[in-house]
Design a protein around this ligand. Sequence first.
Ligand code: NDP
Length: 311
Amino acid sequence: MDTRISGKTRLLGVLGTPIKHSGSPIMYNFCFDYYGIDCVYLAFDTDESQVKSTLDAMKRLNMRGANVTMPCKQEVARNMDKLSPAAKIIGAVNTIVNDNGVLTGHITDGMGVVLDLKDHGVSIVDKDIVLLGAGGAATAIMVQCALDGAKSVTVFNRGEEGVKKVKHINEKIKEDGIACNMECYLLAEQDIMHDKICSADILINATSVGMAPAQTEKSLINDTSVFHENLVVYDVIYNPLVTKLMKDALENGCKAENVIGGKGMLLWQGAGAFKLYTGLDMPAQELKEFLAKREKEDVEPLADIAENVTY
Ligand code: NDP
């Protein structure tokens, strides 16, 4: 890679904290190499208080763009020159594109889940979906599912603020005439959650519960009787590759092909961002093969996944 860096090479990156675990640099640099695009992509540890100065630096350094992860997505949205329609509804940004000093914020997270489910043979059209979480990723997913034809999205969140936020999003969705039944409850309402998951088609975890390094033994589903043969379980977390939620689903009646981790979401939301940066389709098949090979060579077996897994 260093042999191709020149005086014209443009910089992109991912902003957030913690960031060392991010798979994004590997993914985007592979795609730039694949097409011979003169760009390089790095990870920049950034907290919310550093967002404004980082955006100024993006302009100053003429960076082509950046992806954004937690905890910066809302703060970035508040500081964009322009927002895409979805980013405006959601109030969060995961992709910044710099066009001659004008920063536009987009959101491709929700698309990442819908496309990844599709890649696994699962359509969300007319489906009843239970979604855990009301943060940045969850909000993008609920909006995309509603836009793409889900019958219902029932959200459970730990805090009241998230519940209020979902109600506000639901109002905006209804104003736009989108026919998706959206409800939101507190996670503490366990009986309702039990019934909703038992009758759902798809359960999505979009919280950070289960994420390495500190939470690998945690899941928000304590009552494993909710898992059933027809339930698709999707976890947005990609480190570890198999979360506790996924293990519990596999051990309690869900089909192996219907238990899906978040590495595909990273790939498919990345495809949306790559197109915004370059105008090109991400080489998804080649990238998947590259990542699978890398996983085989570099990463410990799934059963032994530890905090140092890099993708
Ligand atoms: P946010 O901080 O915006 O939201 C976090 C969510 O998790 C909130 O709903 C929060 O609830 C909930 N939460 C956090 N801790 C707990 C807990 N102990 N118990 C219950 N709920 C909890 O983060 P993001 O939405 O940006 O990211 C969430 C996860 O999604 C992360 O693990 C991230 O890595 C992953 N992600 C994966 C992507 C992929 O490509 N696979 C893309 C983007 C994100 P509350 O409102 O009560 O605080």
